[in-house]
Design a protein around this ligand. Structure first.
Ligand code: FAD
Ligand code: SF4
Ligand code: SF4
Length: 1015
C-alpha cells in the first residue's frame, strides 16, 4: 500500500539515522526504480544504496520491524521483474561493487560489481575471468548472477554459476549474518532440526539453519523426491534443494546452492568468493545457415558430437533485423536463411591451448558433418581472426537486443523467453509450439542457447488490444503446458521472478509446498522479494508495465496538454516563453519514452562502448540514459506529477545528459535521450529560470560579440590569476582550465567588411555550391580555421558561400535546456539555410556537432518541412571532402607532413557516421591520404568536454576524469600532436595531455601548403 508523505518522511529519516549509505524516497527516484527490462512495473516506497554489510543488516532489521518488503537489486535488467517491488529497493550497484580480494584462482567480490567489469580487470591483470554468464553481458551484476544461478550463454563451457562459488555471505530476513563456506561443509545432528542454544553458540547460526534444512529435505515425500530428481540440469525454477545434501550418506549440508538461484528470496548476498579460470583460446567457430529452423534444430544434435562450448540459434526475423542494423553483416548473412547456428568448439585455454591443427580438423569435421554429409545447412562461414570473432560475438549479442528496435504497434514481448527442454525433445517441442501459436493466430520470433535446449520465444503482439491480459495469460499457460509435457522447465536462466512464479505450481505440483517450507525457514514473514518463487495472491498481469501498449502507437496530443499547469508555476518567464519551453514535439518524446525497454545496454563501462560518459564517471544508475526515459514515461503515464519535472532531483537527472548523442548509435532501441533530457531541463527552466552560468553559456555568442573590441584585454585578463579566481567564484569558469584565445574580430565580422565578401556571397556558377556554417567556437576563437576551410573547399572546386546572417547553432542552449533561445536560433537558421538549400547549396559545418544540431535537434524542435530539408542536406566538412574523394574529385597535391598524430573521433562525429563500429572516420580517412603523416586512432571514449560543459567549474574535475584514458593515450613521445574535428575536444585534449592539438582542417591546409607547418 502506498505510504503517505508523512510516513515516507519518517521512513527516510529513520533509515538515514541507521546507515551510512543513501536513502531516497522522492517521486523521481521511485519512478527510476519502478521498472526493469521486463514488461512489469511496481512503484517502490524507498530506494536504499547500502555502503557495507552493516548497512544491509540494519535495513533488513528495520524493514522487518516496519513490515516493509525488501528487494535486492543489481543493475535492474531482469526480464521477469525479479528486483521490482513495492517496498524498499536495496541497490548494490552504487557502492557495494568492489573487488575485496584476488588470489590465484579465486576472487572475493561485493554483489553490485558487474561481471563485465570484473572480467575486464582480472582479464588484464591475471589473464583470468569468471566464466558463467547467466545474464545480460553488458550489465549483469555478480550478485544477480549468483542469485539466479542460470545456465547462460557459457553454460556448455563453464556450467552453472553455483559450481564456481566457494563461499557466500548472506544477510537473512531477521538480520542474521550467515557465512557459508563450501570448504567446510556442516554436518548437522540427525533429528527434527531443532538445535539447543549451547550448540548454536558453539557452532554458529549456520549450524542451526543447516539442521533445519536437512530435516526438511529428509522429510520430502516420494512424489516430491521424484519431482526433485527429474529436473533438468539447466532448470532454474524453484529452489535447488536436490544439491544441498552432500556426501555418501548425504550427511553434509551445503547451503550455498540453495541461496544461489533463490532470486533474493532467502537472503541478501553481501559478499562472495568465486573461482576464476584461465582466459579461453578462441580458434574454432563457424556460422551455419539453414533453409528451415527444423534443419537447424536437427543440426544441434550433430554439433553435440563435437562437444561445443557455444551453440546459439537465431531465427530469420532476427537475422534480417541484424542485417539491417549494420551494413557489415549484409555480405555475411545470406538473405534467404531461415535460421542460423553459431557454434564454437573448444580450443583450450591460454595456459593450455589446443594445437591449431586439432582445432582446424575439428571444425572441418563439423562442417563436413553438417553441410556435406547430412546436408542440413546450405552455407557456412568460418570464424578465423580476432576481428571475425568480434563480429561473431556481436551477432549473438545483437540477436538478443535487436527486437527492441521494432517500431510498430506489434511488439516482441519477453513473456516466456526462457524455457528449456531436453535436447532430444527440441524438434518436437518447436513443432508443437508453432502449431500452438498458429492456433492463437500469433507469430513469434525464436532463438536461444540451443546447445543446452534453451529457447527464447518472443510472441509478436499488439498490446493495445482490449483483451490483452487474458490473451497473455492463456498464451503463457498453453506454452508452459507444452514445455512441461516435453519434460522441460519454464525457466532455465532468468528465474521465475514476478512474471512466472504463478506458473511454478504447474511445474512442481508437489514440491511447491516444500519450497514454501524452505522459504519460511529463512524468511517466515515473506519479507524478502515476496511473490518470487512462492506465488502471491496478485495475478502477475496486475504488474504489467503501464503504457506498454503505447509502444509504436501514435502520440495522443499534438501539444503537451499540461503546459498551462506548468505555466502557473513559472516565475521568471513570460507566459509565451513558457509555452515555447513546454511545447514538446509529442511524437518524438512519446516514442523515445515508451520505446526504452530497460535493456541496460547503456550501463556499460567497457572500452568498446562510449555510452554514457557521466554514468561511467559516477557508476550511478540513476544517471544512465535509461533514467531519462523512465522519468518522462512516468510523467506521460501520470505516475508522477508533471510538476516533478521542476524539482531539483529531476534537474539533477536531466543534467547528467550533456548532449553527446552517443545514445543515437549505441542504444539498441534508438532512444533519443538528448531530447528527453532537453525537455526535462526546459520544464525546470520554465519554472525557475536559468542560472547565471547557463544563461551565459546559452548567450555566449552575444557576449563574445560585445567583448570582441576589447579582446586583447579579455585575453590578458584570462592570464591573470586574480581575475581567473574572480571568474571562478562569480562566473563558474574554472581557474585551471586553459582558455582559448579570443580573436580580435569574429570571422563573420571579418568578411562582412572585407573585399572577400563578394566572393563569399551567393553567385551563379557551375561548380558544386556549398554554404559554410561557422558556429561559435570557430567564429570567435579560430577564424583562421574557417579561412583555411574556405581555401580548401575552393581548391577542390567548390563555390563557397558564407551566409552572413547565420547565427550560432544553439548547442549550448540545447545543453542547458534554454528552449526559448534554442528555438529562436533554430527558426532563424532554418529559414536562412533552407532557402540556400532550395537554391542548390549543400550546408557544410566546420564541426560535426553543428551538423548534428542542424540535422537532429532542429528537426525535433521545429518539426517543419524546412527542418526536414536540412536533415538531408547538411554535412560536416570532413564528410563532404571524403565524399568528394570517393567520387575521384579530391585534389591530391599534398606535400608530405612528417608527423605522427593521435586522432580522437568526437562523439557527435561518431553519431553522425552512424556507427561506433565504423572503423575509420571521415577525418581520419582524409588525413591518411597525406603522405608521411602517421595517423593513430585513439579510441579511448569521450574526451569529457561536451562543448561548454567542461568549461564550467562545477564540471571541471569530472570533465578531466572522463578524458583521462584519452590523455594517457596521447602522451607517448611518438605522438607529435593530437587532432580532432571538434574544436572543444581539441581544447580539452591539449589541456589534459599537454600536447598541441589541432583540427584536421589545419593539417589538410598544411599539406596543401596554405599555412606553415606546425612546430
Ligand atoms: C538484452 C538482455 C539479454 C539478457 N540475456 C540473458 C541471458 O542470456 N541469460 C540470463 O540469464 N539472463 C539474461 N537477461 C536477464 C538479465 O540480464 C539477468 O537477469 C541479469 O542477471 C540481471 O542482472 P542485474 O544486475 O540487472 O539484476 P537485477 O535485475 O537487479 O536482479 C536480478 C535478481 O537478482 C537478485 N539480486 C541482485 N542482487 C542481489 C543480492 N545482492 N542478493 C540477493 N539477490 C540479489 C534480485 O533480487 C533479483 O531477483 C538478459 C536481459 C537483457 C535485458
Ligand atoms: S536507453 Fe536504450 S540502451 Fe538504455 S535501457 Fe533504454 S533501450 Fe536500453
Ligand atoms: S546523449 Fe550522451 S550524455 Fe546524453 S544520455 Fe546519451 S550518452 Fe549520456
Amino acid at each position: 500500500m502506498p505510504l503517505t508523505a508523512a510516513q515516507q518522511t519518517r521512513l527516510r529519516d529513520d533509515m538515514r539515522g541507521l546507515i551510512k549509505g543513501d536513502v531516497r524516497c522522492e517521486e523521481v527516484t521511485q519512478q527510476l526504480y519502478a521498472t526493469d527490462a521486463s514488461i512489469l512495473q511496481a512503484q517502490p516506497v524507498c530506494i536504499v544504496c547500502p555502503r557495507n554489510t552493516d548497512d544491509v543488516a540494519a535495513i533488513v532489521k528495520y524493514a522487518a520491524e516496519e513490515n516493509i518488503t525488501l528487494h535486492p537489486r543489481g543493475a535492474g535488467t531482469s526480464l521477469t521483474g525479479e528486483s521490482l517491488g513495492e517496498g524498499i529497493i536495496l541497490v548494490f550497484s552504487r557502492y557495494m561493487r568492489r573487488i575485496l580480494q584476488t588470489k590465484d584462482d579465486t576472487v572475493t567480490i561485493q554483489p553490485g560489481l558487474l561481471r563485465r567489469r570484473l572480467n575486464g580487470i582480472i582479464g588484464q591483470s591475471q589473464n583470468r575471468l569468471f566464466g558463467p554468464l547467466a545474464g545480460n553481458v553488458s550489465s549483469a551484476s555478480l550478485g544477480s548472477i549468483l542469485a539466479r544461478n542460470g545456465a547462460g550463454i557459457h553454460y556448455l563451457r563453464y556450467g552453472l554459476p553455483s559450481e564456481h562459488l566457494v563461499s557466500l555471505t548472506v544477510v537473512l530476513a531477521n538480520g542474521d549474518l550467515l557465512k557459508l563456506d563450501r570448504n567446510s561443509l556442516i554436518r548437522p545432528i540427525q533429528g527434527d532440526g531443532s538445535v539447543a542454544l549451547a550448540q548454536e553458540i558453539a557452532y554458529g547460526k549456520e549450524y542451526v539453519y543447516a539442521g533445519k534444512i536437512a530435516h526438511l529435505l529428509n522429510s520430502r515425500t516420494g512424489e516430491q523426491l521424484v519431482e526433485s530428481a527429474n529436473q533438468l540440469h539447466v532448470n532454474r525454477a524453484g529452489y535447488a534443494g536436490h544439491t544441498v545434501l552432500q556426501g555418501k550418506a548425504k550427511q553434509y549440508v551445503d547451503l550455498v546452492p540453495l541461496f544461489a538461484g533463490s532470486e533474493g528470496t532467502l537472503g541478501v548476498t553481501v559478499e562472495a568468493t568465486i573461482k576464476t579460470v584461465s582466459l579461453p583460446q578462441r580458434k574454432s567457430a563457424a556460422a551455419f545457415f539453414f533453409k528451415s529452423i527444423f534443419h537447424a534444430l536437427e543440426a544441434v544434435s550433430v554439433v553435440q558430437l563435437l562437444h561445443p562450448v557455444l551453440c546459439e540459434l537465431i531465427d530469420r526475423r532476427r537475422l534480417t533485423m541484424i542485417r539491417d542494423w549494420d551494413s557489415r553483416y549484409r555480405p555475411l548473412i545470406p538473405g534467404d536463411a531461415e535460421a542460423a547456428l553459431l557454434v564454437e568448439l573448444d580450443a583450450g585455454t591460454l595456459e593450455a591451448p589446443k594445437s591449431a591443427e586439432e582445432c582446424k580438423n575439428n571444425l572441418k569435421h563439423l562442417i563436413d558433418l553438417v553441410q556435406t554429409k547430412k546436408q542440413l545447412c546450405f552455407q557456412t562461414l568460418r570464424v578465423n581472426t580476432e576481428p571475425d570473432f568480434q563480429l561473431f560475438d556481436q551477432v549473438i549479442r545483437r540477436s538478443e537486443l535487436v527486437l527492441g528496435r521494432m517500431r510498430q504497434s506489434i511488439q516482441a514481448i519477453p513473456l516466456f523467453d526462457d524455457v528449456a527442454v531436453p535436447l532430444d525433445a527440441m524438434n518436437d517441442t518447436v513443432s508443437d509450439l508453432l502449431t500452438l501459436l498458429q492456433r492463437h493466430r500469433i507469430t513469434a520470433s525464436l532463438s536461444g542457447h540451443a546447445g543446452q535446449g534453451h529457447l527464447r520465444i518472443h510472441p509478436l503482439l499488439d498490446l493495445a488490444q482490449p483483451d490483452r491480459d487474458s490473451t497473455l495469460s492463456s498464451l503463457a499457460e498453453d506454452v508452459y503446458a507444452t514445455i512441461l509435457q516435453r519434460g522441460g522447465t519454464i525457466s532455465s536462466e532468468w528465474g521465475a521472478g514476478l512474471l512466472k512464479s504463478q506458473f511454478l505450481p504447474l511445474q512442481f505440483p508437489h514440491l511447491i509446498s516444500h519450497y514454501k517450507d524452505i522459504k519460511e525457514t529463512f524468511d517466515p514473514q515473506y519479507q524478502l522479494n515476496p511473490g518470487r518463487v512462492i506465488p502471491q495472491e496478485n495475478h502477475w498481469t496486475t504488474f504489467l508495465r503501464r503504457g506498454l501498449q503505447k509502444r509504436g502507437q501514435p502520440p495522443p496530443n499534438p501539444v503537451w496538454e499540461s503546459q498551462t499547469r506548468l505555466a502557473a508555476l513559472q516565475r521568471k518567464l513570460s507566459p509565451d516563453q513558457v509555452e515555447i519551453q513546454l511545447k514538446w514535439e509529442p511524437a518524438h518524446v512519446f516514442e523515445s519514452a515508451y520505446q526504452c525497454n530497460g535493456c541496460g545496454e547503456c550501463l556499460r563501462f567497457d572500452r568498446q562502448s562510449r555510452i554514457c560518459p557521466l554514468f561511467r564517471g559516477t557508476a550511478t544508475i540513476e544517471y544512465a540514459p535509461r533514467s531519462k526515459a523512465d522519468l518522462l514515461r512516468g510523467i506521460l503515464e501520470n505516475d508522477i506529477e508533471l510538476e516533478t519535472l521542476t524539482s531539483e532531483r529531476a534537474k539533477e537527472i536531466a543534467d547528467t545528459c550533456f548532449h553527446c548523442r552517443m545514445c543515437d548509435i549505441e542504444c539498441p532501441a534508438k532512444i533519443d535521450t538528448c531530447v528527453l533530457a532537453f525537455r526535462s531541463k526546459a520544464a525546470y527552466v520554465a519554472a525557475h529560470g536559468l542560472p547565471l552560468t547557463d544563461l551565459i553559456a546559452s548567450r555566449l555568442d552575444n557576449i563574445l560579440d560585445g567583448l570582441m573590441p576589447g579582446s586583447f584585454l579579455v585575453n590578458a585578463a584570462m592570464r591573470n590569476r586574480v581575475v581567473r579566481w574572480l571568474f571562478e567564484k562569480t562566473l563558474n569558469i574554472p581557474q585551471r582550465r586553459t582558455m582559448p584565445k579570443l580573436s580580435y574580430r569574429s570571422y563573420l565580422n571579418r568578411i562582412r567588411w572585407s573585399p572577400l565578401r563578394h566572393r563569399l556571397s551567393s553567385e551563379q556558377t557551375d561548380k558544386p555550391r556549398v554554404a559554410l556554417f561557422v558556429d561559435t567556437f570557430a567564429n570567435y576563437f579560430d577564424p583562421q580555421l574557417v579561412e583555411l576551410a574556405v581555401q580548401i573547399l575552393e581548391h577542390n572546386g567548390f563555390s563557397v558561400h558564407v551566409p552572413l546572417r547565420q547565427l550560432a547553432s544553439g548547442r549550448a542552449s540545447f545543453a542547458v535546456g534554454h528552449a526559448v533561445r534554442a528555438e529562436w536560433l533554430a527558426r532563424r537558421n532554418v529559414v536562412l539555410l533552407a532557402e540556400l538549400i532550395r537554391q542548390g547549396y549543400k550546408i557544410v559545418t566546420i564541426e560535426p556537432y553543428s551538423a548534428s544540431c542542424l540535422t537532429k535537434d532542429y528537426r525535433h524542435l521545429i518539426g517543419s518541412e524546412e527542418s526536414e530539408l536540412m536533415a538531408d542536406n547538411v554535412a560536416d566538412f570532413c564528410s563532404l571532402l571524403l565524399q568528394h574523394h570517393r567520387s575521384g574529385k579530391l585534389q591530391r597535391d599534398f606535400q608530405p607532413l612528417l608527423y605522427r598524430v593521435g586522432y580522437h573521433a568526437p562523439c557527435s562525429g561518431l553519431a553522425l557516421s552512424v556507427s561506433l563500429t565504423t572503423d575509420v572516420m571521415p577525418a581520419e580517412r582524409l588525413l591518411r591520404l597525406i603522405p608521411g603523416l602517421g595517423v593513430q586512432r585513439m579510441e579511448r571514449g569521450c574526451c569529457g568536454m561536451a562543448g561548454l560543459w567542461g568549461f564550467q567549474q562545477k564540471n571541471y574535475r569530472q570533465s578531466l576524469q572522463i578524458g583521462i584514458p584519452l590523455f594517457r593515450a596521447l602522451r607517448p613521445a611518438d605522438i607529435d600532436f593530437g587532432t580532432s574535428d571538434c574544436i572543444s575536444c581539441c581544447s580539452q585534449m591539449a589541456h589534459g595531455s599537454r600536447k598541441r592539438t589541432v583540427h584536421p582542417i589545419r593539417l589538410l591546409a598544411m599539406a596543401y601548403g596554405f599555412c606553415p607547418p606546425l612546430r
